[in-house]
Write a protein that binds this ligand. Structure first.
Ligand SMILES: *Cc1c(COP(=O)(O)O)cnc(C)c1O
Length: 382
C-alpha cells in the first residue's frame, strides 16, 4: 500500500484500495478484463500484463484489495480456498512435517493427510489452544503449523502470537486460516503469523455466489515462490469471480457488524434454551477463549455452534425444521445457514482425530432481521 492508503480506516480501504477509477474511462468500478492476452509494442515490451494466467488487471485489483485489508505486502488470488491451501502445502518436500489443529477445516485435513500424506509429507494433529499439546507435536522437521481461530466447527479461540512463537522456535512458518474472522475482525500478520489464507467463498464474497481463495504474505522470498506456483500450476480465479469478490468486499465491514450483532443475540438465546446443552461462541463471557478473543479480535464473528441435549436425533430434527435458516453447507454469506457438521461439512473427518459430536449443530448467522432469526430457532427447537 502507498503511505496514504496505510493511514486509511478499514471501510475506506475496503471501498477504495485496488479499486481506483479506471484510468482510460473514469469508470468507478473495476472493469472485468476478459482478455486472455495483452498486446506488446516489441517482444517483452508490455504494460505489465502478458497472459491472463500469469496476471490479469481485474485479479490484480482484487490482490491489492485483500492484501490491503490484511495489512500485507503481497496477495495472491486462487480459484478456491483449497487451491490456495494446495499452493502452500505444495511448497513442502517429502519428509517435511506439518502440525495442524485437531479441529481443522475438514478439507484442510484431507489435503494434508490424504493428498500430501500419501506423497511423503508427515503430519500431526494437536490442540493448538494447549501449549503442551502443541510443543509435543512440533519436530525439527516441522515446516508449517496450520491454525484456524475461531476454529470450525468448535469455535475454539487460539492465541495467534503464542502459536507463532512456538512455530518459529523450530523454524516453522505459521499459516493462519482467517476465513472465520475475516480481516475486519483479525489481522494475523500483525500478530507474527507468516501466512494468511482465506476461503474468499465465505465472508469476503459474502453472497453465496463465488468460490475463491486468497493468500497474503509479507515475506519477499515467499511472495516470489507463490507468484511462481500461482502461474506454474495455474489455479487462478476468472476475471468475473474477481469482480464479484471486489463487489462483496466493499460491504465487508457493514456486513460483519450485522453478522456479529445477530450472532451475539443468537448465542445468548441458545444459552438460555433448555434443549441446548452447550453453546460455543467466543463472545460468551464463560467461553474458554473469551479473553484471547477480546485481545486479538475486534468482534466475535458470525458463527455459533451448539450441542443439543437430545444428541444426534435432536440435531437432525432441528436442522431439518428451520425456515429462515437454510439447511446447507458453507457459511459467511448474507443468508443464515444451519447444518449438522458430523454428516455434512465434517463427514471427511469421521473416524479421524478431528471427528465431531453428532449432536453438534453449526449456525452461520446472516444479516436478516434478528427477531425473525430468533422466532425461527424457537419453532425449530420446540
Ligand atoms: C470453506 C473453507 C475452506 C475451503 O475453501 P473453498 O473455497 O471451499 O475451497 C478452508 N478453510 C475454511 C475455514 C473454510 O471455511
Amino acid at each position: 500500500m502507498s503511505g496514504r492508503e496505510d493511514a486509511w480506516g478499514f471501510e475506506t480501504r475496503a471501498v477504495h484500495v485496488g479499486q481506483e477509477p479506471d484510468e482510460t474511462t473514469g469508470a468507478i468500478t473495476v472493469p472485468i478484463h476478459l482478455a486472455t492476452t495483452f498486446v506488446q509494442a516489441a517482444p517483452g515490451q508490455h504494460r505489465g500484463y502478458e497472459y491472463s494466467r500469469t496476471s490479469n488487471p481485474t485479479r490484480a485489483a482484487l490482490e491489492r484489495s485483500v492484501a490491503g485489508l490484511e495489512g500485507a505486502r503481497h496477495g495472491f488470488a486462487f480459484a478456491s480456498g483449497m487451491a490456495a491451501e494446495d499452493a502452500l502445502v505444495g511448497l513442502l518436500r517429502s519428509g517435511d512435517h506439518v502440525v495442524l489443529g485437531d479441529d481443522a477445516y475438514g478439507g484442510t485435513f484431507r489435503l494434508i493427510a490424504r493428498v500430501y500424506g500419501e506423497r511423503g509429507i508427515e503430519w500431526s494433529a494437536a490442540d493448538l489452544a494447549d501449549a503442551d499439546s502443541l510443543a509435543a507435536a512440533l519436530r525439527p522437521e516441522t515446516r508449517q503449523v496450520w491454525m484456524e481461530t475461531p476454529t470450525n466447527p468448535m469455535l475454539t479461540v487460539v492465541d495467534i502470537a503464542a502459536v507463532a512463537d512456538a512455530a518459529h522456535s523450530v523454524g516453522a512458518r505459521l499459516v493462519v486460516d482467517n476465513t472465520f474472522a475475516t480481516p475486519y475482525l483479525q489481522n494475523p500478520l500483525g500478530l507474527d503469523a507468516d501466512i494468511v489464507v482465506h476461503s474468499s467463498t465465505k465472508y469476503l464474497g459474502g453472497h453465496s455466489d463465488v468460490v475463491g481463495g486468497f493468500i497474503a504474505v509479507d515475506d519477499e522470498g515467499l511472495a516470489e515462490q507463490l507468484a511462481f506456483v500461482q502461474n506454474a500450476a495455474g489455479a487462478v480465479p476468472s476475471p468475473f469471480d474477481c469482480y464479484l469478490l471486489l463487489r462483496g468486499i466493499k460491504t465487508l465491514g457493514v456486513r460483519m457488524d450485522r453478522h456479529c450483532g445477530n450472532a451475539v443475540e443468537v448465542a445468548s438465546y441458545l444459552n438460555d434454551h433448555p434443549a441446548v446443552a452447550t453453546v460455543l461462541y467466543p463472545g460468551l463471557v464463560d467461553h474458554p477463549g473469551h479473553q484471547i478473543a477480546t485481545r486479538q479480535m475486534s468482534g466475535f464473528g458470525g458463527m455459533v455452534s451448539c450441542i443439543l441435549a437430545g444428541g444426534e436425533a435432536a440435531a437432525v430434527a432441528a436442522v431439518s425444521s428451520t425456515r429462515v435458516f437454510q439447511l446447507a453447507e458453507s457459511l459467511g454469506a448474507v443468508e443464515s445457514l444451519i447444518e449438522q457438521p458430523s454428516t455434512m461439512t465434517h463427514l471427511s473427518v469421521a473416524d479421524s482425530p478431528l471427528a465431531v459430536d453428532p449432536g453438534l449443530i453449526r449456525l452461520s448467522v446472516g444479516i436478516e432481521t434478528i427477531d425473525d432469526l430468533l422466532a425461527d430457532l424457537d419453532q425449530a427447537l420446540a
